[in-house]
Ligand binder design. Structure first.
Ligand code: F6R
Length: 262
């Protein structure tokens, strides 16, 4: 795991976006795994800026999103399909037909999830997976207590996640209690993983994911077993890491190499 600790989320988002821009320039058919939530929005804006500047094109890029609420149509303003259209897809030149979000209204959710996994496999797998992290250490909607080998399927949100996400709904009662989500095992098949974590309320989760034991109690800890994971944190989210000075020194050297290779 490489841990990049930046002064601000803006700086972290810029660097993370530059890695994606460079990858898409190098391979215009890059397959992206994308996340929703407040965390990646600044990075998505930076990606859009690179498109507007004519630096890169997403015309041939295909994307698969991590998750979707059960019961919300893609037109609902809190659905993750709607979120992606508004916060990224409309701002870059990607072909909407190449973007995939699990269908929260699928009549047969199990078949929907199996077909989604097959689509990703047929596309050659995810080249770069973008992740946020929940305050309880979840990745996608893989809550504490989820097997680290889990595959894409129907999942149940914890009271904590419902509380965290209630800010986007009129009340906590309106937050769906189930979602379709890529599994931890499915996510870990991505070739490269970029996790973004900003703010003091992520500090415990980041410390558990990076320096805690690998445990289903913190599903992000499964990323310790992946060999190309980059955490981009602001100082607040990194505050509880014991080895933060070492990570900063090491990642600054590795980031220079990434830029030289580009
Ligand atoms: C979103 C997702 C979630 C979020 C996490 C953090 O697709 O899968 O795991 O990444 O809940 O959410 P924010 O960014 O809103 O703090």
């Amino acid at each position: 795991m490489e841990i990049v600790i930046c002064k601000t989320k803006e700086e972290a988002s810029r660097i993370a976006a530059s890695i994606i821009t460079a990858a898409v320039k190098a391979n215009p058919e890059t397959v992206l795994g994308l996340a929703t939530g407040s965390t990646p929005v600044t990075m998505y804006d930076e990606m859009a800026k690179a498109v507007a500047a004519g630096e890169v094109s997403y015309k041939k890029v295909r994307s698969w999103n991590l998750d979707e609420y059960v019961g919300l149509p893609g037109t609902h303003d809190q659905s993750y399909r709607y979120f992606m259209n508004e916060n990224l897809f409309k701002k870059i030149d990607i072909d909407l037909a190449n973007t995939h979000v699990l269908n929260g209204l699928a009549e047969d959710p199990v078949a929907e999830c199996a077909a989604y996994e097959k689509q990703i496999k047929d596309a050659g797998g995810i080249d770069i997976q973008v992740l946020g992290i929940g305050s309880d250490g979840h990745i996608a909607f893989n809550e504490p207590g989820t097997s680290l080998a889990s595959r894409t399927g129907v999942v149940y949100l914890t009271p904590q996640t419902i509380k965290d996400n209630a800010r986007f709904f009129k009340s906590a009662d309106e937050v769906p209690t189930r979602a379709l989500s890529m599994g931890v095992g499915s996510i870990c098949e991505a070739k490269k993983i970029i996790l973004l974590a900003f703010g003091a309320n992520k500090a415990d989760a980041v410390a558990a994911a990076v320096e805690g034991g690998v445990s289903q109690y913190c599903t992000a800890s499964a990323l310790q077993c992946h060999n190309d994971v980059w955490f981009f944190c602001d100082e607040e989210a990194a505050a509880k890491l014991k080895l933060k000075d070492y990570y900063s020194w090491r990642s600054s050297i590795k980031l220079q190499k990434v830029q030289v290779n580009d």
